[in-house]
Design a protein around this ligand. Sequence first.
Ligand code: PGA
Length: 249
Amino acid sequence: MRKIVIAGNWKMYKTQSEAKTFFSEFPAHLKTTASQAAIADQQILICVPYTNLAILQTILPAIGQANLSIGAQNVHWAENGAFTGEISAPMLLEMGIKYVIIGHSERRQFFGETDETVNKRLKAAQAHGITPILCVGESKQQRDANETESWIFSQLAADLIDVDQNNMIVAYEPIWAIGTGDTCASSEANRVIGLIRGKLTNPNVTIQYGGSVKADNIDEIMAQPEIDGVLVGGASLDPAGFARIVNYR
Ligand code: PGA
């Protein structure tokens, strides 16, 4: 059975004190523990800036929400070394971090991330038992030129070389839908995610949709049979709003 993963991506938002405020409010908006037990197959994840990882890991036990985890937004492939500004898998693991976003379009667009470096980062995360969320998706120009499928297939082919498909999540994030309010039609997201699944050797990989997911479109998105969760940027910053997304059912 495919696991449902509802994830937030805070990007470069929230100082430590702002993160603590979020977590002082967020749990009260979640469904009761009893109904959470009934949805034990659902993982809630919030991927935060590095500066918030340790502090939130210490807050998490007091929240008592077993299916709630904190994740990172990138990881380097080396164990350690002269890589200024980077962070390694052992550094994340020592803090108990078990999830990391890799290959987000903002990393690819603004920080020179390539399929080759994405592949190295994926393998490094997995080698330390950290589950990567691999982001793929097309630009507006590629969609308009009917290159959506070929582009995503080429990303998957290069990114997934020697990657263990038993320990990963894929997020389909059309670039034109990220932060624009211009959500991909849920039926179209479902179609593309079905095509992505067809390219994987493991049919049980959780595949999320990401791009302008909000409280008022989550029900429609999650009703799609191929969509196993969402990766939420802007709408994950507000505790009540993100809880509404988590509580979609
Ligand atoms: P958005 O971002 O929800 O703000 O569109 C999604 C993402 O970049 O993961």
